[in-house]
Write a protein that binds this ligand. Structure first.
Ligand code: SF4
Length: 392
Protein backbone atom coordinates (compact mmCIF):
# COMPACT_ATOMS: atom_id res chain seq x y z
CA UNK A 1 0.00 0.00 0.00
CA UNK A 2 3.00 2.26 0.32
CA UNK A 3 3.63 2.47 -3.43
CA UNK A 4 2.26 5.59 -4.95
CA UNK A 5 1.39 6.78 -8.47
CA UNK A 6 0.61 10.53 -8.54
CA UNK A 7 -1.98 10.10 -11.29
CA UNK A 8 -3.48 6.98 -9.77
CA UNK A 9 -7.21 6.20 -9.98
CA UNK A 10 -7.89 7.01 -6.32
CA UNK A 11 -6.84 10.65 -6.90
CA UNK A 12 -8.40 10.90 -10.38
CA UNK A 13 -11.29 13.10 -9.29
CA UNK A 14 -8.68 15.63 -8.15
CA UNK A 15 -6.10 15.65 -10.97
CA UNK A 16 -8.69 15.24 -13.76
CA UNK A 17 -10.74 18.25 -12.66
CA UNK A 18 -7.93 20.47 -11.34
CA UNK A 19 -4.91 20.64 -13.65
CA UNK A 20 -2.88 22.25 -10.83
CA UNK A 21 -3.55 19.32 -8.47
CA UNK A 22 -0.28 17.45 -9.09
CA UNK A 23 1.91 20.58 -8.72
CA UNK A 24 -0.09 21.65 -5.64
CA UNK A 25 0.37 18.29 -3.91
CA UNK A 26 3.99 17.62 -4.87
CA UNK A 27 6.12 16.94 -1.79
CA UNK A 28 3.22 17.08 0.68
CA UNK A 29 3.21 14.24 3.19
CA UNK A 30 0.31 11.79 3.36
CA UNK A 31 -2.08 12.71 6.16
CA UNK A 32 -2.93 9.94 8.55
CA UNK A 33 -6.55 10.19 9.61
CA UNK A 34 -8.55 7.87 11.81
CA UNK A 35 -11.30 7.25 9.20
CA UNK A 36 -8.69 6.46 6.53
CA UNK A 37 -6.84 4.12 8.90
CA UNK A 38 -10.14 2.45 9.81
CA UNK A 39 -10.82 1.99 6.08
CA UNK A 40 -7.41 0.36 5.64
CA UNK A 41 -8.20 -2.08 8.46
CA UNK A 42 -11.57 -3.01 6.88
CA UNK A 43 -9.92 -3.47 3.46
CA UNK A 44 -7.36 -5.83 4.99
CA UNK A 45 -10.10 -7.95 6.56
CA UNK A 46 -12.11 -7.94 3.32
CA UNK A 47 -9.03 -9.01 1.39
CA UNK A 48 -8.26 -11.89 3.82
CA UNK A 49 -11.89 -13.05 3.68
CA UNK A 50 -12.01 -13.14 -0.11
CA UNK A 51 -8.51 -14.61 -0.52
CA UNK A 52 -8.82 -17.36 2.09
CA UNK A 53 -12.55 -18.18 2.11
CA UNK A 54 -13.12 -16.66 5.55
CA UNK A 55 -16.07 -14.66 6.86
CA UNK A 56 -15.94 -11.19 8.36
CA UNK A 57 -17.25 -12.68 11.65
CA UNK A 58 -14.08 -14.81 11.90
CA UNK A 59 -12.23 -11.61 12.80
CA UNK A 60 -14.54 -10.37 15.58
CA UNK A 61 -12.36 -9.18 18.46
CA UNK A 62 -9.25 -8.98 16.25
CA UNK A 63 -7.12 -5.88 16.69
CA UNK A 64 -5.62 -4.17 13.68
CA UNK A 65 -3.05 -1.43 14.15
CA UNK A 66 -2.90 1.12 11.33
CA UNK A 67 -0.73 4.24 11.73
CA UNK A 68 -1.46 5.59 15.26
CA UNK A 69 -4.72 3.72 15.80
CA UNK A 70 -5.72 0.24 16.89
CA UNK A 71 -9.15 -0.94 15.76
CA UNK A 72 -11.08 -3.78 17.35
CA UNK A 73 -13.28 -5.56 14.79
CA UNK A 74 -16.87 -5.71 16.08
CA UNK A 75 -20.05 -7.71 15.36
CA UNK A 76 -21.51 -4.70 13.58
CA UNK A 77 -18.40 -4.28 11.43
CA UNK A 78 -18.60 -7.95 10.47
CA UNK A 79 -22.27 -7.75 9.50
CA UNK A 80 -21.73 -4.65 7.39
CA UNK A 81 -18.70 -6.04 5.55
CA UNK A 82 -20.16 -9.53 5.04
CA UNK A 83 -22.96 -8.32 2.73
CA UNK A 84 -20.47 -7.22 0.06
CA UNK A 85 -18.35 -10.35 0.52
CA UNK A 86 -21.38 -12.64 0.09
CA UNK A 87 -22.48 -10.69 -2.98
CA UNK A 88 -19.07 -11.01 -4.65
CA UNK A 89 -18.75 -14.70 -3.76
CA UNK A 90 -22.08 -15.47 -5.45
CA UNK A 91 -21.05 -13.92 -8.77
CA UNK A 92 -19.94 -16.33 -11.52
CA UNK A 93 -16.63 -15.64 -13.26
CA UNK A 94 -12.96 -15.12 -12.53
CA UNK A 95 -12.28 -13.12 -9.36
CA UNK A 96 -9.55 -10.48 -9.08
CA UNK A 97 -8.84 -9.21 -5.55
CA UNK A 98 -6.41 -6.38 -4.66
CA UNK A 99 -5.29 -6.37 -8.28
CA UNK A 100 -2.70 -3.91 -9.50
CA UNK A 101 -3.60 -2.47 -12.90
CA UNK A 102 -1.44 -0.35 -15.17
CA UNK A 103 -3.10 2.81 -16.52
CA UNK A 104 -0.03 4.29 -18.25
CA UNK A 105 -1.68 3.91 -21.68
CA UNK A 106 -4.52 6.21 -20.70
CA UNK A 107 -2.70 8.67 -18.43
CA UNK A 108 1.09 9.11 -18.29
CA UNK A 109 3.93 6.56 -18.15
CA UNK A 110 4.35 4.73 -14.83
CA UNK A 111 0.81 5.23 -13.51
CA UNK A 112 -1.12 2.40 -11.86
CA UNK A 113 -3.77 1.62 -9.29
CA UNK A 114 -4.92 -1.28 -7.14
CA UNK A 115 -8.57 -2.29 -7.44
CA UNK A 116 -10.36 -3.95 -4.52
CA UNK A 117 -12.56 -6.55 -6.18
CA UNK A 118 -13.48 -7.44 -9.77
CA UNK A 119 -15.17 -10.30 -11.61
CA UNK A 120 -14.80 -11.13 -15.29
CA UNK A 121 -17.16 -13.67 -16.86
CA UNK A 122 -16.11 -13.27 -20.50
CA UNK A 123 -18.87 -10.77 -21.42
CA UNK A 124 -18.99 -8.50 -18.40
CA UNK A 125 -16.52 -6.91 -16.03
CA UNK A 126 -17.89 -6.06 -12.58
CA UNK A 127 -15.84 -3.66 -10.48
CA UNK A 128 -16.74 -3.53 -6.79
CA UNK A 129 -14.94 -0.95 -4.69
CA UNK A 130 -15.23 -0.98 -0.90
CA UNK A 131 -15.62 2.39 0.83
CA UNK A 132 -15.70 2.14 4.61
CA UNK A 133 -16.28 5.84 5.32
CA UNK A 134 -19.38 7.19 7.04
CA UNK A 135 -18.74 10.83 6.16
CA UNK A 136 -18.62 11.39 2.40
CA UNK A 137 -21.13 9.41 0.30
CA UNK A 138 -19.51 7.97 -2.83
CA UNK A 139 -21.50 7.34 -6.01
CA UNK A 140 -20.48 4.95 -8.80
CA UNK A 141 -22.05 7.24 -11.46
CA UNK A 142 -19.27 8.28 -13.87
CA UNK A 143 -16.86 7.56 -11.04
CA UNK A 144 -13.40 8.27 -12.47
CA UNK A 145 -11.62 5.96 -10.05
CA UNK A 146 -13.79 2.98 -11.05
CA UNK A 147 -13.64 3.86 -14.76
CA UNK A 148 -9.83 3.86 -14.61
CA UNK A 149 -9.78 0.53 -12.75
CA UNK A 150 -12.17 -0.90 -15.36
CA UNK A 151 -9.95 0.28 -18.22
CA UNK A 152 -6.82 -0.94 -16.44
CA UNK A 153 -8.30 -4.41 -15.91
CA UNK A 154 -9.58 -4.51 -19.48
CA UNK A 155 -6.05 -3.71 -20.75
CA UNK A 156 -4.57 -6.33 -18.39
CA UNK A 157 -6.95 -8.95 -19.79
CA UNK A 158 -5.73 -8.22 -23.34
CA UNK A 159 -8.55 -5.82 -24.38
CA UNK A 160 -11.28 -8.47 -24.83
CA UNK A 161 -14.68 -7.68 -26.40
CA UNK A 162 -16.61 -6.74 -23.27
CA UNK A 163 -20.37 -6.17 -23.61
CA UNK A 164 -20.83 -4.19 -20.42
CA UNK A 165 -19.03 -2.89 -17.39
CA UNK A 166 -20.85 -2.80 -14.06
CA UNK A 167 -19.26 -0.37 -11.65
CA UNK A 168 -20.23 -0.62 -8.01
CA UNK A 169 -19.46 1.12 -4.75
CA UNK A 170 -19.98 -0.96 -1.61
CA UNK A 171 -20.33 1.68 1.13
CA UNK A 172 -22.21 -0.15 3.89
CA UNK A 173 -21.76 2.49 6.61
CA UNK A 174 -23.37 5.38 4.74
CA UNK A 175 -27.10 5.36 3.96
CA UNK A 176 -26.65 7.67 0.95
CA UNK A 177 -23.44 6.15 -0.45
CA UNK A 178 -22.78 3.26 -2.81
CA UNK A 179 -24.76 1.75 -5.66
CA UNK A 180 -24.31 0.48 -9.19
CA UNK A 181 -23.71 2.16 -12.56
CA UNK A 182 -23.44 0.40 -15.89
CA UNK A 183 -21.54 1.53 -18.99
CA UNK A 184 -20.19 0.19 -22.27
CA UNK A 185 -16.73 -0.15 -23.73
CA UNK A 186 -17.53 2.83 -26.02
CA UNK A 187 -18.30 4.96 -22.94
CA UNK A 188 -14.99 3.98 -21.37
CA UNK A 189 -13.01 4.60 -24.55
CA UNK A 190 -14.48 8.11 -24.83
CA UNK A 191 -13.61 8.67 -21.19
CA UNK A 192 -10.05 7.40 -21.85
CA UNK A 193 -9.54 10.02 -24.58
CA UNK A 194 -10.76 12.78 -22.28
CA UNK A 195 -8.78 11.70 -19.23
CA UNK A 196 -5.55 11.34 -21.21
CA UNK A 197 -5.84 15.04 -22.10
CA UNK A 198 -6.50 15.87 -18.46
CA UNK A 199 -3.40 13.89 -17.43
CA UNK A 200 -1.27 15.79 -19.97
CA UNK A 201 -2.68 19.11 -18.67
CA UNK A 202 -1.21 18.35 -15.21
CA UNK A 203 2.33 18.44 -16.65
CA UNK A 204 2.18 22.20 -17.33
CA UNK A 205 4.31 23.89 -14.61
CA UNK A 206 1.73 26.74 -14.54
CA UNK A 207 -1.34 24.49 -14.68
CA UNK A 208 -4.31 26.42 -13.24
CA UNK A 209 -6.21 25.23 -10.19
CA UNK A 210 -9.94 24.60 -10.47
CA UNK A 211 -11.94 23.93 -7.34
CA UNK A 212 -14.92 21.59 -7.38
CA UNK A 213 -17.06 19.54 -5.04
CA UNK A 214 -15.55 16.15 -5.88
CA UNK A 215 -12.11 17.32 -6.99
CA UNK A 216 -11.08 19.04 -3.76
CA UNK A 217 -12.49 16.63 -1.22
CA UNK A 218 -9.36 14.44 -0.86
CA UNK A 219 -6.79 17.04 -1.93
CA UNK A 220 -3.92 17.34 0.57
CA UNK A 221 -3.12 20.92 -0.50
CA UNK A 222 -6.29 22.33 1.07
CA UNK A 223 -5.38 20.72 4.40
CA UNK A 224 -2.02 22.41 4.92
CA UNK A 225 -1.36 25.84 6.35
CA UNK A 226 -2.00 28.54 3.75
CA UNK A 227 -3.32 25.65 1.64
CA UNK A 228 -5.29 26.63 -1.44
CA UNK A 229 -6.80 30.07 -2.05
CA UNK A 230 -8.79 28.70 -5.01
CA UNK A 231 -10.49 26.22 -2.71
CA UNK A 232 -11.15 28.76 0.07
CA UNK A 233 -12.69 31.17 -2.42
CA UNK A 234 -14.85 28.38 -3.83
CA UNK A 235 -16.12 27.48 -0.35
CA UNK A 236 -16.87 31.11 0.48
CA UNK A 237 -18.84 31.35 -2.78
CA UNK A 238 -20.83 28.23 -1.87
CA UNK A 239 -21.91 30.08 1.26
CA UNK A 240 -22.66 33.25 -0.70
CA UNK A 241 -19.64 35.06 0.80
CA UNK A 242 -16.52 36.81 -0.53
CA UNK A 243 -13.33 37.82 1.30
CA UNK A 244 -14.41 41.49 1.01
CA UNK A 245 -17.80 40.80 2.57
CA UNK A 246 -16.11 38.90 5.41
CA UNK A 247 -13.57 41.71 6.01
CA UNK A 248 -16.40 44.25 6.06
CA UNK A 249 -18.42 42.15 8.54
CA UNK A 250 -15.34 41.83 10.79
CA UNK A 251 -14.72 45.61 10.56
CA UNK A 252 -18.25 46.57 11.58
CA UNK A 253 -18.52 43.75 14.14
CA UNK A 254 -21.43 42.13 12.31
CA UNK A 255 -22.51 38.52 12.75
CA UNK A 256 -21.86 36.04 9.95
CA UNK A 257 -24.69 36.54 7.44
CA UNK A 258 -25.47 33.39 5.49
CA UNK A 259 -27.99 33.59 2.63
CA UNK A 260 -31.39 34.10 4.20
CA UNK A 261 -33.70 33.13 1.42
CA UNK A 262 -33.05 29.45 0.93
CA UNK A 263 -35.23 28.33 -1.94
CA UNK A 264 -35.06 24.59 -2.80
CA UNK A 265 -32.34 25.13 -5.47
CA UNK A 266 -30.06 27.04 -3.07
CA UNK A 267 -30.73 24.51 -0.31
CA UNK A 268 -29.81 21.56 -2.63
CA UNK A 269 -26.67 23.35 -3.77
CA UNK A 270 -25.49 23.90 -0.20
CA UNK A 271 -26.48 20.41 0.97
CA UNK A 272 -24.62 18.81 -1.96
CA UNK A 273 -21.55 20.48 -0.45
CA UNK A 274 -22.33 19.49 3.15
CA UNK A 275 -19.49 17.02 3.64
CA UNK A 276 -16.97 19.37 2.02
CA UNK A 277 -18.18 22.27 4.19
CA UNK A 278 -17.84 20.09 7.32
CA UNK A 279 -14.38 18.99 6.34
CA UNK A 280 -13.35 22.60 5.55
CA UNK A 281 -14.52 23.71 9.01
CA UNK A 282 -12.72 20.79 10.69
CA UNK A 283 -9.46 21.71 8.95
CA UNK A 284 -9.89 25.33 10.04
CA UNK A 285 -10.41 24.19 13.63
CA UNK A 286 -7.30 21.97 13.49
CA UNK A 287 -5.13 24.81 12.19
CA UNK A 288 -6.61 27.26 14.69
CA UNK A 289 -5.81 24.89 17.57
CA UNK A 290 -2.22 24.59 16.32
CA UNK A 291 -1.96 28.41 16.18
CA UNK A 292 -3.46 28.80 19.63
CA UNK A 293 -1.07 26.24 21.12
CA UNK A 294 1.85 28.10 19.56
CA UNK A 295 0.58 31.36 21.08
CA UNK A 296 -0.31 32.87 17.71
CA UNK A 297 -3.35 35.16 17.34
CA UNK A 298 -6.84 33.66 17.24
CA UNK A 299 -8.85 36.92 17.41
CA UNK A 300 -12.08 36.81 19.47
CA UNK A 301 -11.39 33.21 20.53
CA UNK A 302 -9.27 31.59 23.24
CA UNK A 303 -7.67 28.33 24.26
CA UNK A 304 -9.22 26.54 27.29
CA UNK A 305 -9.15 23.03 28.77
CA UNK A 306 -12.01 20.95 27.35
CA UNK A 307 -14.14 18.36 29.17
CA UNK A 308 -12.45 15.25 30.52
CA UNK A 309 -12.49 12.25 28.18
CA UNK A 310 -13.97 8.97 29.39
CA UNK A 311 -11.55 6.57 31.11
CA UNK A 312 -10.08 3.90 28.85
CA UNK A 313 -7.45 1.17 29.06
CA UNK A 314 -3.97 2.28 28.03
CA UNK A 315 -3.22 -1.17 26.60
CA UNK A 316 -6.33 -3.26 25.97
CA UNK A 317 -4.48 -6.58 25.54
CA UNK A 318 -2.63 -6.14 28.87
CA UNK A 319 -5.83 -4.94 30.58
CA UNK A 320 -7.74 -7.99 29.34
CA UNK A 321 -5.21 -10.36 30.90
CA UNK A 322 -5.08 -8.47 34.22
CA UNK A 323 -8.88 -8.11 34.48
CA UNK A 324 -9.22 -11.84 33.88
CA UNK A 325 -6.74 -12.48 36.76
CA UNK A 326 -8.57 -10.16 39.12
CA UNK A 327 -12.23 -10.68 38.21
CA UNK A 328 -12.44 -13.71 35.93
CA UNK A 329 -15.53 -13.74 33.65
CA UNK A 330 -17.15 -11.03 35.79
CA UNK A 331 -14.85 -8.50 34.17
CA UNK A 332 -16.25 -9.12 30.70
CA UNK A 333 -19.51 -8.32 28.93
CA UNK A 334 -21.07 -11.14 26.96
CA UNK A 335 -23.27 -10.29 23.99
CA UNK A 336 -25.59 -12.35 21.82
CA UNK A 337 -24.29 -12.72 18.25
CA UNK A 338 -25.99 -10.73 15.50
CA UNK A 339 -28.88 -12.32 13.52
CA UNK A 340 -26.65 -12.70 10.44
CA UNK A 341 -24.01 -14.59 12.41
CA UNK A 342 -26.55 -16.80 14.20
CA UNK A 343 -28.35 -17.69 10.93
CA UNK A 344 -25.00 -18.48 9.33
CA UNK A 345 -24.18 -20.90 12.16
CA UNK A 346 -27.58 -22.56 11.62
CA UNK A 347 -27.58 -22.34 7.84
CA UNK A 348 -28.26 -26.07 7.29
CA UNK A 349 -30.70 -26.41 10.21
CA UNK A 350 -34.01 -24.74 9.34
CA UNK A 351 -35.83 -26.28 12.30
CA UNK A 352 -33.42 -24.72 14.78
CA UNK A 353 -33.63 -21.43 12.89
CA UNK A 354 -37.44 -21.39 13.01
CA UNK A 355 -38.02 -20.16 16.62
CA UNK A 356 -35.49 -17.39 16.10
CA UNK A 357 -36.87 -15.96 12.86
CA UNK A 358 -39.81 -14.04 14.43
CA UNK A 359 -37.32 -12.34 16.76
CA UNK A 360 -35.36 -10.78 13.93
CA UNK A 361 -35.95 -7.27 12.74
CA UNK A 362 -34.51 -7.37 9.23
CA UNK A 363 -34.08 -3.62 9.11
CA UNK A 364 -35.47 -1.33 6.49
CA UNK A 365 -34.12 1.06 3.93
CA UNK A 366 -34.85 4.54 5.24
CA UNK A 367 -35.47 7.43 2.84
CA UNK A 368 -32.41 9.59 2.33
CA UNK A 369 -31.69 12.40 -0.12
CA UNK A 370 -28.70 12.06 -2.49
CA UNK A 371 -27.42 14.03 -5.53
CA UNK A 372 -29.60 13.67 -8.64
CA UNK A 373 -26.94 11.70 -10.55
CA UNK A 374 -27.19 8.80 -8.06
CA UNK A 375 -28.06 5.56 -9.89
CA UNK A 376 -30.87 4.54 -7.51
CA UNK A 377 -34.43 5.21 -8.70
CA UNK A 378 -36.30 8.06 -6.99
CA UNK A 379 -39.03 7.20 -4.50
CA UNK A 380 -42.42 8.28 -5.81
CA UNK A 381 -44.24 9.97 -2.93
CA UNK A 382 -47.99 9.63 -2.41
CA UNK A 383 -48.61 13.22 -3.50
CA UNK A 384 -46.53 12.71 -6.68
CA UNK A 385 -48.45 9.49 -7.47
CA UNK A 386 -51.78 11.30 -6.97
CA UNK A 387 -50.62 14.19 -9.18
CA UNK A 388 -49.64 11.69 -11.91
CA UNK A 389 -53.06 10.03 -11.69
CA UNK A 390 -54.73 13.46 -11.99
CA UNK A 391 -52.72 14.08 -15.16
CA UNK A 392 -54.09 10.94 -16.85
S1 SF4 B 1 -7.82 22.19 -3.17
FE1 SF4 B 1 -8.98 21.95 -5.06
S2 SF4 B 1 -8.41 23.73 -6.29
FE2 SF4 B 1 -6.87 23.53 -4.70
S3 SF4 B 1 -5.24 22.30 -5.62
FE3 SF4 B 1 -6.59 20.91 -4.54
S4 SF4 B 1 -8.05 20.19 -6.09
FE4 SF4 B 1 -7.06 22.06 -6.90
Amino acid sequence: MSEHAPLGPSAAEGWATCAGYINANRGLPDFDSKPAAEGTAAHMISEYCLAFGLDAADFIGARTKVADWTFVWTDDDADLLQRGIDYIRDLPGEFFGEQRVDISDITLPGQFGTLDRAIWDGDTIILNDLKWGRGVPVSPFENKQLMLYALGLWIKLGRPAIKRFILQIDQPRHAGGGGTWECTLDDLEQFAEWIEQRAIATTDPDAPRTASLKGCVWCKRRRVRYGCDTFDEYMLNVLGLTPDVLDFDIMIGSELMLPKILNPERRSFILNHASLINSWLEEMQRLELEDAERGEPIPDRKLVLGNKERAKWEDEALAEAKVRDVLGDQGFNKKVKTPTQVLKLLKDEPTRQEPLLPLINNGEKKPTVVPADDARPSIVTISQAIAELDDL
